[in-house]
Design a protein around this ligand. Structure first.
Ligand code: SAM
Length: 268
């Protein structure tokens, strides 16, 4: 068992079934599984007729998986760090599934979103605190840049909470399942280029106003000749109808999006 890879196996069969039910797999559906471990979830995905591409970093598990699933034509195992290997895949999948390693769960999900690799549905288990951030609404203490990123692309539904005893070895923190459904009311690929860096920039210092964070953000970008950062910040906020004294934690996705589009005039 390698602690650095966040290896806590989900040993609660009822929870495994409920999580996989959430995907709503039809035979032939393509699923990417992150961190199959020894394949307990993989087995259930295959039993439902899915075609699975499983990304596993631990070489020992990769060898075991090859033995356990020897000859299965519906499973392809991709060894290595999923953060690097998924980008080399030529064909994308309909679903993403995984009991994600604690240390990199949010990094992996954020990487897919920022790289514009979207799935019809995602069902993952993450640390409960991460699940709270994913589902947080504007104005709440858990609302963060990650909340905005997730809900800019997906509708986020928190699922069952899992105590440490559902895993082996039992972690010290609770986990939670989360389901993400691709939004059909927006084009997730159509956000302004500045959207993601701006969202991160406006949350850089939670105590600061939107205007102060925006000026800091602009000071790290290439601004078009002859334009002053303060003027650009004030003007873009005004055009977007955002009070400069507001804080990022109270802004909705539409406001981040409008502001990112307004800034394109100033950023080279
Ligand atoms: N799927 C199994 C289960 O539910 O019982 C194992 C889940 S365990 C929480 C996380 C798994 O992700 C481990 O198998 C670990 O080796 C793997 N893993 C950790 N970091 C990874 C990465 N960057 N890329 C691919 N797999 C990773």
């Amino acid at each position: 068992m390698q602690k650095k890879f966040g290896q806590n196996f989900l040993i609660n069969p009822n929870a495994r079934k409920r999580l996989i039910d959430e995907l709503g797999i039809a035979p032939g559906d393509a699923v990417w599984e992150i961190g199959p471990g020894l394949g307990a979830m993989t087995r259930e995905l295959l039993d439902r007729g899915a075609t699975v591409t499983a990304f596993e970093i631990d070489q020992g598990f990769v060898s075991s998986l090859k033995e356990i699933f020897d000859g299965s034509e519906s499973l392809r195992i991709v060894p290595g760090d999923a953060l690097k290997t998924w980008k080399k895949e030529s064909v994308r999948a309909k679903f993403l599934f995984g009991n994600l390693p604690y240390n990199v769960g949010s990094v992996i999900l954020g990487d897919f979103i920022e790289s514009k690799c979207f799935f019809s549905r995602v069902v993952v288990t993450v640390q409960r605190e991460v699940a709270r951030r994913m589902a947080a609404e504007p104005g709440s203490k858990d609302y963060s840049s990650f909340s905005v990123l997730c809900s800019s692309v997906y509708r986020v539904s928190p699922l069952l909470v899992l105590k440490g005893s559902s895993f082996f070895p039992p972690p010290h923190v609770d986990s939670q399942g989360v389901r993400l459904d691709l939004r059909d009311d927006i084009d997730p690929a159509g956000y302004p280029v500045l959207f993601t860096p701006l969202v991160r920039g406006l949350f850089a210092s939670r105590r600061k106003t939107v205007k102060n964070n925006l000026q800091m953000f602009l000071s790290n970008r290439r601004i078009k000749d002859g334009i002053h950062i303060q003027d650009a910040a004030e003007s873009a906020l005004e055009v977007s109808g955002i009070d400069p004294r507001e804080r990022a934690e109270n802004l909705g996705i539409g406001e981040f999006r409008t502001l990112a589009a307004a800034l394109e005039v100033y950023v080279g």
